[in-house]
Design a binder for this molecule. Structure first.
Ligand code: ADP
Ligand code: MG
Length: 733
């Protein structure tokens, strides 16, 4: 009798929603109460220091040491009032998580204990970080790593600790994290986009990038989770037969939120709001026990920090409510996986959304330029963008039923498509001199450019035209990069996307300037690009097999092997782009790929080990146990009944005994082969080749072994089965 499983199911059923002290205030009273916001800076810093901080944050002015000291003093004062005793530099190493090491404010002044926090401690630390992945960068003679304060993301408080967002770099200045290259890419994009904006509005001085992420996740009862070693160790179920009912009734999506879950969500939201994360939307997702949280979009650097923070908060709050939050992209086969749609757009400091249609022909021309150059970026670097969202876990999601396929393309909807095609169709005028600059728009209007279709803005904003299969879809005033995985740091995808768009805008401006920098030149280059990026536009069904063939013909990247896709980072055009924009050097790219390959290998290695263990220690013993019960039954039948009758009664038993024998033998053989394949792969020194070996020779066994186990689950006595089944994991809450 499998006691743990049944005990956990019984306990889970009897759990009640957790009651906790709800904040009595309205959200506007406590929002960001744990953040050192501008408002608090104004209160705790002198006017002069405050002003200098604003220059640093908004104007990109370099921070002076004296200012840092004064800021640290103000922060300490605020933190002490909040009962804070410790501080930490918080960074985002290449592990998909965050890292922190807490130090107290305690100092000894002679014999007296005092609390101190200086600008030096605020600005820079040297974490002993030799065990963070660096892809070999830090194993050279200088193994130091530094964390440096990012003043553009405000410090905040968790429990008794002041958390300081930082970048993490090596002694020689290479990025060892996600934040450093993200900030560089945002800078490059700001410069490139501002330059292009100046064609339309000379007052634009700055372009910022917005990110609104939508975090999907599963909740599983903690007891059931504990009874699944595969979930505990790998974050996903390595086996489990489909539940007879899963998502086919579409009855979970947007349904009433279960009570225990609602209590969790409220608790999570309050804590997130206190930290300044502007939580907006919560709902049930498509799969049973799957949910989503989305905030209001923010400046990208802050949005990325907030997402990292939210993921760790989510894991923690879930445990208080007797749940485990699963952020893995595909914790359960056969039902939807979890993504993290990244809504991306650009805003000028004059308040214009560059991916939103405008009201005047001029605004619509600018809109067209930003749409088309974004498409150029995605077209030119579609393979790289796929690499930027790829991981061992997200690979299960892409191309599966609900998720975008492993081919990057862009959906624009009928109206925007028609708008661009219209511009593209009109014949180009080669004599620029004929036209007076001031009357260009009328001219283009006369040429049938239809840049001034008055109904377009409204129609586009209310665009109901949607395509869920598209990995990169235009949604009215932004693009939605849907291929990003639930567990990922959004920065990975955003570094690639921002860089690619920056490069496209630089190239656009260069070509326009070569042709005199007039509106006419803009339209000419735009036409060229509309034609060039056509292959990336796809409004059809991304799941179909025909699309795979067609995409290949269009020259889009159709590779599906995760470790091979990572190679796109080292393609000449990628290196040229990242180096050209000052986002990452070849050395950094190479080092980061080492980390990617190593991480991939380790993930498959752990899954292979866990599956081998569970097969041999859980599944086969239980199947054999049931088999011997059946054998005893067969013998007893023979003892009681005449031979022919016994034979008749035993038919089914014997079939089952045989099936258990063949499936168990198949599992045993495959586990041996799996171990042998791992041994061969482990001997490979080169991380790249090793990851490919793991993908090609080890990973396929995971599916094949699972298939046999799932069949056994269907025939073995339910009372003996040790692992919580899908129906329990997905429906108990
Ligand atoms: P969906 O219908 O895809 O769920 P929502 O309207 O709920 O979309 O928005 C999803 C996310 O997109 C939210 O985080 C929202 O703030 C964000 N968002 C909305 N407009 C923009 C924009 N212009 N740029 C970036 N993000 C945006
Ligand atoms: Mg969405």
């Amino acid at each position: 009798m499998s006691s743990l499983r049944f005990k956990m199911v019984a306990e889970a059923f009897s759990k009640k929603p957790l009651v906790w002290q709800v904040r009595p205030e309205r959200v506007d009273e406590y929002f960001a109460c744990k953040v050192f916001t501008r408002e608090k800076m104004r209160k705790y810093l002198s006017e002069d220091v405050y002003q200098q901080m604003v220059d640093v944050i908004d104007g990109g002015v370099r921070l002076r040491r004296a200012v840092a000291d004064a800021v640290a003093e103000g922060m300490l004062c605020w933190a002490k009032e909040q009962g804070v005793t410790h501080y930490t530099h918080w960074f985002q190493p290449l592990t998909e998580g965050t890292a922190e090491k807490h130090d107290s404010f305690l100092e000894l002044n002679g014999k007296a204990a005092i609390e101190e926090f200086s600008g030096k401690l605020l600005v820079q630390q040297e974490p002993d970080a030799s065990s963070f992945p660096s892809g070999g960068i830090r194993s050279t003679f200088e193994a130091r790593g530094y964390s440096a304060w990012d003043p553009t993301s405000p410090v905040f408080i968790i429990d008794d600790t002041l958390i300081i967002p930082t970048v993490f770099i090596s002694f020689s200045g290479e990025a060892l994290d996600y934040k450093a290259p993200l900030l560089r890419a945002l800078h490059a994009l700001n410069v490139a986009a501002t330059d292009v904006c100046k064609y339309f509005d000379p007052d634009v001085k700055r372009v910022t990038c917005n990110l609104g992420w939508e975090q999907e996740y599963f909740l599983v009862d903690e007891g059931l989770y504990a009874a699944r070693p595969d979930l505990v160790l790998t974050g996903r179920t390595l086996m489990g037969h489909d539940s007879a009912k899963n998502q086919q009734m579409d009855d979970h999506y947007f349904g009433a939120i279960p009570e225990r879950v609602a209590a969790f969500m409220r608790d999570l939201e309050v804590q997130a709001l206190e930290l300044g994360i502007p939580c907006k939307t919560r709902h049930n997702e498509v799969a049973p026990n799957q949910f989503e949280l989305a905030p209001i979009y923010e400046d990208m650097n802050l949005a990325v920090d907030h997402n990292m923070l939210l993921m760790s908060l989510m894991r923690r709050v879930a445990r208080h409510h007797g749940f485990r939050a699963l952020l893995h992209e595909k914790p359960f086969a056969g039902v939807n996986g979890s993504g993290k749609h990244c809504n991306w757009s650009l805003t000028t400091d004059t308040g214009e959304l560059l991916h939103a249609p405008g009201r005047t022909p001029q605004q619509n021309l600018r809109f067209a330029v930003f749409i088309v150059e974004t498409l150029m970026a995605v077209w030119r670097h579609n393979g790289l963008l796929k690499a930027s969202i790829m991981s061992a876990s997200n690979a299960h999601r892409l191309g599966a039923n609900e998720a975008p396929p492993a081919i990057i393309s862009s959906f624009l909807g009928t109206q925007l498509s028609a708008f661009l095609d219209n511009i593209g169709k009109t014949a180009s005028t080669d004599s620029h001199t004929e036209v007076d600059e001031a009357t260009q728009f009328q001219l283009h209007g006369k040429q049938g450019m239809k840049l001034d279709i008055p109904e377009i803005p409204e129609l586009l904003i209310d665009n109901t035209d949607r395509n869920r299969t598209s990995p990169f879809a235009f949604t009215g005033n932004r693009f939605e990069f849907r291929a990003v995985g639930a567990e990922a740091n959004c920065a990975s995808a955003m570094i690639a996307l921002n860089s690619a768009v920056a490069e496209a805008l630089v190239s656009f401006k260069k070509r326009v300037d070569e042709r005199g920098g007039t509106f006419h030149a803009i339209i000419d280059v735009l036409r060229e690009d509309i034609a060039a990026c056509k292959p990336i536009r796809f409004d059809g069904n991304g799941y179909s097999d025909e699309w795979k063939q067609e995409a290949a013909q269009r020259g889009l990247d159709t590779e599906t092997s995760c470790p091979v896709i990572f190679e796109r980072y080292l393609a000449p055009e990628s290196i040229q782009m990242f180096e050209g924009l000052g986002v990452m050097t070849r050395k950094e790219l190479e080092a980061r790929n080492e980390v990617k390959w190593e991480t991939y290998t380790k993930k498959i290695q752990i899954e292979a080990r866990v599956l081998g263990d569970i097969s041999m220690n859980h599944i086969i013993p239980v199947a054999t146990n049931y088999q011997s019960q059946l054998l005893t039954n067969v013998e007893r039948m023979r003892a009681i009944f005449p031979a022919e009758t016994a034979q008749k009664y035993n038919d089914r038993n014997i079939k089952l005994i045989e099936e258990i024998a063949t499936r168990s033998a198949a599992i045993e053989t495959m586990v041996e082969e799996l171990v042998a394949a791992r041994k061969v792969a482990n001997k490979i020194e080169d991380e790249h080749a090793k990851a490919i070996a793991y993908h090609d020779t080890v990973a396929p066994f995971l599916e094949r072994i699972r298939r046999q186990i799932d069949k056994l689950e269907l025939i073995v006595d339910d009372a003996l089965w040790p692992l919580p089944k899908y129906r329990e994991l997905l429906f108990v809450r």
